[in-house]
Each structure stands twice: as C-alpha cells, then as structure tokens.
Design a protein around this ligand. Structure first.
Ligand SMILES: [Zn+2]
Length: 456
C-alpha cells in the first residue's frame, strides 16, 4: 500500500541541528543560552506579556487583535548588516539577539495588518483551509526520502496528519483503512504500539496510535485499538493514565498507589501554574516553551491547552471545596473527592466528567492574540503551518498550531458543546475549527464516539 508510513524515504522538513526532530523536541530544546552579560536596558523588553494582557486570572478575550510590538531597534532587523551590528553587542546573549530578530519579523507582519483597511484584514486573517488539507493529505500518501529519521515515529505522523485533518473536518475516506491496517502492524502482541512494525512498544507511540484510531472513529478503527493493554507496573507505561482513560481501562487497580492531591494545595499550585504559563505568551502574541526560548507555534497547544485544562480544573477544585465545606470537613481532608469505594468509577469517567464541566472563569490567556500569531505568523501560503516566520512547515507544527487555534477559538465558551461567538473567532467565521478535548487532544465529537464505544 502507498501509505506514508510504509515507505518513509525523504526529508524536506525537520532540518537544522537546532530545530525539531519530531515530537517532543520543542519541549526539550535548550539551544541558545550561551550567556555573555545582561545589562542592556533593551533586554528588559525582550520578554513580557502582550501590551493589553490583563491580569492572569481575568478573561483575556478581546474583540480586536492587539497592536504590533514596539518598533524594534535597528540591530534587530535581520540581514547581514543587522548580523554585524548584533555581533558588536557582546553583552547580549545569543537568545536575546535571536529574540530581537524574531520580534522584528513578527512586528513587520503585524504592521502590515494594522496598516490595512478592515476588509483587507479579513482576507489576511483567513485560515487557508484548502491549502492545509492538500498539504496534509499529500503527506498521508507520500513522504520524501529524508523522512527516514522519523522511522521510529510513524504512528506520530499518522496522528499529526489525521488530527489536523479532523480539526479541519476533512479526513479523506480512502485512507482510513490503510492507516488502521498499518497501525495494527505496529501493535505488539502483548499490548501497546511501537514506532513501526516490529518495533518495541512504548507509551508515546501507543498514545499516538490510540489517538489516531479514535480520530478515525470507525468501528473497525476503534475495535483495532481495543486490545491495547497498559501495565502500570511496566516502566514503559509510566504516566499512561491518559491512554488508559481514553480506552476506558483506567481503574482503581491501575491507579493503585496514586495519592490524590489535597484540594487546597491543588488550588494553590494551579494559581502558580496559571501565572507561569500565562506569562509565556509574549509580545509576538504566541507562546514560548519556557523563559529564554523563542516563540513557537506548537506551544499554542502545549501552553494554550494547559491553560484550558486549568480553566476547567478550577471548576473541579471549586466544587470540591464547596462540598468539603458543606460536609463540615477541612478542605484538605477530602482530596479529589474520591473514596476507595468510588475510586474505580471516578477514574473511569474522569475524562468524560471533566469535559462536561462548565467554565466558571474566562480564558486564561489572550485568546485573540494567539489566533493572530497562528494565522499571520505560522501559516504557510502553500499549506501547512510552522514554528515561526523563517522556519519551514511540517506536520508536527501543522497539528499543534491548529490544535492551539481550536483551543483559543473555544476558550471563551462556558460550556464545551457551545459555539463560539463571532468576536471570539479572529478573521472570518469560517476559520472556526472543530473543538478538541484538551486532555487528549482529539476532536471532541471523536472523543464522545470513542467514549461510548469503549464504555459499552
Ligand atoms: Zn515547535
């Protein structure tokens, strides 16, 4: 069969020693921290929240996009002259110089947007659906020879592409059976999925394979994923609750030894988490992975979804605090509302109950600003999405930029099944993607179908 995953043979995408090599690279990147000396006042603005970013616990949506960042200094404009000027600034770290170059490129794009007439803006802010579908579908059928570096990540390629197409509501029918067949060849006889046929199974590729099958969502696909087994005692599967809950095998036995956190402590930690993640959204309007990293489109999901999860968890914590008070017990005594008798049922339904909760607070990041970064800085004209201006598109960034776009479009919604108002969708309303379950990063409808299938 001619599916991408069968004959990986090229490499147009993940290039450069400092750039991503597939999933997880962005989380572990630690380039450019060669520190020289930090005294220039211009560094003070190298990383700060968007100009109009309100406090972290307040709703951050706004009907109009934020203005471009302040005009960058000449040395940050890029090009050979700027490089030589930058070289004369020994007090800047490499990261700081790169940061200024990124701000200059992004600022240039945003200045065009703010100089346009409103109707031209709508055109500029359009999601190029057809081009993305074409790029992604092509990736399912053929990848060039250099993709051999991703030979141990083939279920990931299936997931990145299929999930991105599902967000666009454009999964082609004619590839579903090929993908199910291919993934069944990656499945280990003892459970779990490897990175390719005959490869050792492990959690990361199992997660990718299960998410792919859930996203395809046919009975054949879901039946194929059903035999997945997760052994809590097996170190290959440490941290496997997400996969286990998705296929409805997470029970008290699997969660044995897990101590739920006290509600009061959980609430306190969540506030710190919120503050830290919210301040990872910078003047470019996108997210960075951590302090001293450059903005990157894939963090639209990694950070945006972390805040979407926190937004819902705040409701859970609030409910449990109230129930603790009403039962006259100190809040710390009732950990996560589970007793040993209800533990199994609690774990089994956690993902489902979680998404059903209403949001009691608004978005915890500037959701319009994030959409602006994705639409203007991460889209590639020929289809596909990228890390930042100047980088190449790839399937990984296409998946997580679109996932982040969906999270930001729906982040102002109180209920997960509601439709966003036009003012929460930047650009034409046709930009609206399918909503996701932020715990799994699968399209919400697909999650519900799988939930029913695995519950029955
Ligand atoms: Zn990235």
């Amino acid at each position: 069969m001619g599916l991408l995953v069968v004959g990986l043979t090229a490499f147009p995408v993940f290039r450069g020693p400092q750039e991503h090599r597939g999933h997880g690279c962005c989380l572990s990147g630690s380039h450019m921290v060669r520190r020289l000396s930090v005294r220039s006042p211009r560094l003070q603005r190298a990383r700060r929240p968007p100009p109009s970013a309100p406090p972290t616990t307040a709703p951050m949506d706004s009907p109009s996009p934020p203005p471009p960042p302040p005009y960058p200094p000449a040395a940050a404009e890029g090009g050979p002259a700027a490089d030589s000027q930058a070289a004369e600034l020994p007090r800047l770290t490499v990261t700081q110089v790169e940061q200024m170059k990124v701000e200059a490129k992004v600022g240039e794009i945003y200045r065009v947007l703010f100089g346009n007439a409103p109707n031209a803006n709508s055109l500029m802010l359009e999601l190029w659906r057809e081009q993305h579908v074409e790029y992604l579908t092509r990736g399912l059928k053929h990848l060039g020879p250099s993709f051999h570096v991703l030979d141990a990540n083939r279920p990931w390629l299936c997931y990145w592409i299929i999930h991105a197409l599902a967000l666009l509501d454009e999964i082609p029918d004619d590839v579903e059976d090929d993908i199910v067949d291919f993934l069944s060849r990656c499945q280990d006889k003892d459970g779990g999925y490897g990175g390719g046929p005959g490869q050792l199974p492990h959690l990361a590729t199992t997660y990718a394979a299960v998410n792919t099958l859930v996203t395809i969502g046919s009975e054949r696909a879901l039946s194929s994923g059903q035999p997945v087994q997760v052994h809590a005692s097996d170190e290959r599967y440490i941290g496997s609750f997400q996969v286990a809950s998705l296929v409805n095998i997470l029970d008290g036995e699997l969660a044995k030894g897990v101590k739920p956190m006290k509600v009061a402590l959980l609430g306190n930690r969540m506030l710190k988490l919120m503050g830290w993640v919210a301040f990872r959204q910078g003047v470019e309007c996108g997210f960075q992975g951590r302090t001293n990293k450059l903005v990157d489109g894939c963090y639209s999901f990694w950070q945006g979804a972390a805040l979407a999860l926190t937004q819902k968890l705040m409701t859970v914590v609030d409910e449990q605090l109230k129930s603790s008070y009403s039962s006259k017990r100190p809040p710390g005594d009732d950990a996560c509302g589970t007793s040993s008798s209800t533990e199994a049922a609690y774990y089994a339904k956690f993902g489902f109950d979680f998404i059903e909760k209403s949001n009691q607070i608004g978005p915890l990041f500037h959701n319009i600003a994030l959409q602006q970064y994705i639409l203007l800085c991460a889209q590639v004209l020929d289809g596909g999405l990228r890390d930042k201006p100047g980088k190449n598109r790839d399937h990984y960034h296409s998946c997580y930029c679109l996932s982040g776009l969906s999270v930001s479009q729906y982040s102002a919604m109180v209920d997960s099944d509601a439709c966003p108002l036009p003012q929460h969708v930047l650009g034409p309303y046709s930009n609206l993607l399918e909503p996701i379950h932020p715990l799994y990063n699968v399209v919400l409808d697909k999650y519900h179908t799988a939930y029913e299938f695995f519950s029955s």
